[in-house]
Design a protein around this ligand. Structure first.
Ligand SMILES: [Zn+2]
Length: 274
């Protein structure tokens, strides 16, 4: 019986030469791109507002207390899942990697949140909150971007959302704040554009889903969580926990999913325009 396993010495040499050519090509960067080379992802930092001892605002539905921190986390986690779906990001040609500033109920300082955006060199930073109004009359959705020079910025919102910043406790227009404002100015235009795009997409999506809501538009405020981000940054206020209709809407998971889908569409549209 002749052995079919015996290979000629020539075969061994040919294989060695081919391997060497392949290695040389790889080292010179001449190798053809392989099918599994994936493009680098967009980085979106999604920031569920508040957490831990800082519950944010709250609303009462019967005996149940619904807190801003849990609503914000619920929307943020859904948003991260939607953005991970290839059907959503495929038209962009690049996947979207979401980094959550918190994925559970824990306290994170405002400084640490914006530091994550800086460190990751995020393409976009989206902070998610739910609103509150002492008169209980206000309702609807609004989107903020940072602007520190405009006198019409909303001081009430600033007081609410800046509470957990150590710096805010003795906040005044000091030199450090002015310097940081100048840095933030570099991204004001892109942040304004991001806020407008996100808000438009969300509003369109809510209308398409037959949601009855009030559109409070795009606004600007001096918000610490956006001040040091140094990347395009927006803060979204999803409905009012202080308004019975809004609260009823927010407490249903299916509705938080609708909000997440609307935000995801806006984020993808903003990234596509970059
Ligand atoms: Zn908040």
């Amino acid at each position: 019986m002749s052995s079919g396993k015996t290979l000629s010495p020539l075969f061994g040499i040919t294989t060695a030469i081919l391997s060497l050519i392949f290695l040389l090509n790889e080292n010179n960067g001449l190798a053809a791109p392989t099918a599994n080379m994936s493009p680098s992802p967009y980085i979106v930092v999604v920031d569920p507002g508040h957490g831990g001892h800082d519950e944010g605002s709250s609303g009462k539905l019967g005996k149940k207390i619904i807190t801003e921190k849990e609503i914000a986390l619920g929307i943020a986690i859904r948003l991260s899942r939607v953005l991970a779906e290839p059907d959503y990001w495929r038209p962009l040609g690049r996947p979207v990697k979401v980094v959550l500033t918190r994925d559970r109920d824990k306290e994170v300082s405002l400084e640490a949140r914006s530091e994550i955006a800086r460190e990751k060199r995020a393409d976009l930073f989206v902070s998610i909150h739910a609103n509150s109004d002492p008169s209980r009359k206000a309702k609807g959705v609004e989107t903020y971007f940072l602007n520190n020079t405009d006198a019409t910025s909303t001081s009430k919102l600033e007081q609410i959302e800046n509470r957990l910043s150590k710096k805010y406790k003795n906040a005044r227009p000091d030199a450090s704040l002015l310097l940081r404002s100048i840095t933030a100015d570099a991204v004001v235009d892109s942040s304004r554009s991001a806020a407008q795009t996100l808000h438009r997409s969300l509003v369109d999506h809510l209308k398409a889903e037959d949601v009855s809501f009030q559109d409070r538009g795009v606004r600007q405020a001096l918000l610490y969580v956006l001040l040091d981000a140094q990347v395009p940054a927006v803060l979204f206020e999803a409905f009012f926990l202080s308004h019975p209709q809004d609260l009823e809407f927010l407490q249903q998971g299916a509705n938080r999913q609708v909000i997440a889908e609307g935000l995801a569409k806006g984020i993808l549209r903003f990234l596509a325009l970059q």
